[in-house]
Design a protein around this ligand. Structure first.
Ligand SMILES: C[S@@+](CC[C@H](N)C(=O)[O-])C[C@H]1O[C@@H](n2cnc3c(N)ncnc32)[C@H](O)[C@@H]1O
Length: 213
C-alpha cells in the first residue's frame, strides 16, 4: 500500500507498506531501503564508532529510514550527528511521523542537500567520521550524479574534513574493487567488512569500506 509519494528534480520518491508488513522506500521505482534487514546500515555506524577513539561530531550522507543515525545516537559519546539528505519530502515524512523519527534527538542536525555539497562546506578537520549510504553502492546508483561520490577526488575532500584519527565509512550492496582502490589511494589502506544478510530467504553479502586518517 502506498503511504506517500513525492516528486523532485530527480524523479519520484515513494514510501509504501509491503504485503509482508515492511516499510519500504523507493526512488524512481528502485528499492532503496526497508525496515526488515537493517543490520548492515547499523554496522556502518558501529564500524565507524569502533574505529574512532572519541567520536563527538559525525556526518551521515543519506537519512533513508534512519537506521544508521539511530545506531549512532545509541552511543552517548556523540555530541552531534549532521545528516545530509537530498530529498526534502523524506525529511518531512519523518518529521510528521510517517517514518519513525530520529530527528527529535537534539544532537541531530539535518541539512537538506547533496552530501557532496554538505561535505565540501564543512570546515577542514571538523568531524570524527563521515558515513556514506546514499546509493545501493557505487555500482548501483540511486542517482547517476552520485557516481562522483566514489571518486578519489571526493574521498580526498572527505579526508580533509576529518579530525586526526577520523574515519570515512561507505556502505555498498556489492563488492566494489574500484571503491576499495579509491579509498586505498586516499587513505593508504582500506578495511573491507563483508556483512552477511538474509534477504527474503536468500543469504547475501553487503559490504562496508573504511579508510582511517
Ligand atoms: C539507502 S538510503 C540510506 C539508508 C540509511 N542508512 C538508513 O539507515 O535507513 C539512501 C538515502 O540517501 C539519500 N540520497 C541519495 N543521494 C543523495 C545525495 N547525493 N546526497 C544526500 N542524500 C542522498 C536518499 O534520498 C536516501 O534517503
Amino acid at each position: 500500500m502506498e503511504l506517500a509519494k513525492a516528486s523532485s528534480d530527480r524523479g519520484e520518491l515513494t514510501l509504501r507498506r509491503r504485503d509482508d508488513g515492511a516499510l519500504e522506500l523507493r526512488v524512481n521505482g528502485v528499492f532503496v531501503m526497508d525496515d526488515q534487514e537493517t543490520s548492515s546500515e547499523e554496522l556502518l555506524a558501529s564500524a565507524a564508532l569502533a574505529a574512532v577513539p572519541r567520536p563527538d561530531r559525525v556526518l551521515v550522507g543519506g537519512l533513508g529510514l534512519g537506521y544508521t543515525v539511530r545506531a549512532l545516537l545509541a552511543d552517548d559519546r556523540l555530541g552531534e550527528v549532521v545528516v545530509a539528505e537530498i530529498e526534502p519530502d523524506l525529511v518531512s515524512w519523518m518529521r510528521t511521523g510517517l517514518v519513525p523519527s530520529v530527528l527529535d534527538d537534539p544532537r541531530v542536525a539535518v541539512v537538506v542537500g547533496d552530501v557532496r555539497v554538505v561535505v565540501a562546506d564543512l570546515p577542514d578537520a571538523s568531524v570524527d567520521a563521515i558515513l556514506l549510504d546514499v546509493d545501493n553502492g557505487p555500482d548501483f546508483l540511486v542517482y547517476n550524479e552520485n557516481s562522483a561520490i566514489y571518486t578519489s577526488m571526493f574521498l580526498a575532500t572527505c579526508r580533509s574534513k576529518l579530525r586526526a584519527g577520523g574515519v570515512l565509512t561507505v556502505w555498498s550492496s556489492s563488492a566494489s574493487p574500484a571503491l576499495e582502490s579509491a579509498v586505498t589511494a586516499v587513505f593508504g589502506t582500506c578495511d573491507v567488512k563483508p556483512v552477511p544478510v538474509e534477504l527474503q530467504g536468500r543469504d547475501e553479502l553487503y559490504y562496508v569500506y573504511q579508510g582511517s586518517s
